[in-house]
Design a protein around this ligand. Structure first.
Ligand code: CMP
Length: 141
């Protein structure tokens, strides 16, 4: 099935000029970028995005980090895009991420882990709608 998933290139990666290298990974994996923009999140926007984690001990540091500099948000489209993008990213903790994954190659730590990706079809739908209006998504055919 052709799916859409939501992706963030996080502040640690934007700061280190890794946007092109990470977009290249998406494209090499056959994931098509169908929407993209740069944003500097404020605390309210980051807290709302990560609402499911609001009771976790790492929540405040996560929000501080995600508002520490600009991010790129994008919608990726392709066959089984949700699972395939998660495989491409590797595990949340870069020390556990498989060789050749984005996080193994670029992430600095569990918090500064370079990319975010939706974990299910339900979160993909919510996360895409949280950042993009329907008319900002450009079907590629
Ligand atoms: P992400 O996929 O964006 O979803 C939630 C984020 O919280 C996750 O990536 C990590 O960056 C961060 N995170 C998850 N668990 C921890 C943890 N134990 N300590 C610090 N940060 C965490």
């Amino acid at each position: 099935t052709i799916e859409r998933t939501f992706s963030i290139v996080k502040p640690d990666a934007v700061k280190r000029n890794l946007v092109g290298a990470i977009y290249q990974r998406f494209e090499n994996a056959g994931l098509k970028i169908v929407a993209a923009k740069m944003l500097h999140l404020n605390a309210e926007k980051a807290q709302g995005f990560y609402a499911e984690h609001e009771n976790k001990p790492f929540f405040d540091d996560l929000v501080s980090f995600m508002t520490s500099g600009p991010v790129l948000v994008q919608v990726l489209e392709g066959e089984d895009a949700i699972v395939r993008y998660r495989e491409l990213m590797g595990k949340t903790n870069p020390e556990e991420a498989a060789c050749g994954t984005i996080r193994a190659d670029f992430a600095l730590s569990m918090r500064h882990n370079s990319v975010h990706g939706s974990d299910s079809p339900e979160s993909a739908a919510r996360e895409i709608a949280y950042f993009f209006a329907d008319d900002e998504i450009c079907p590629r055919g």
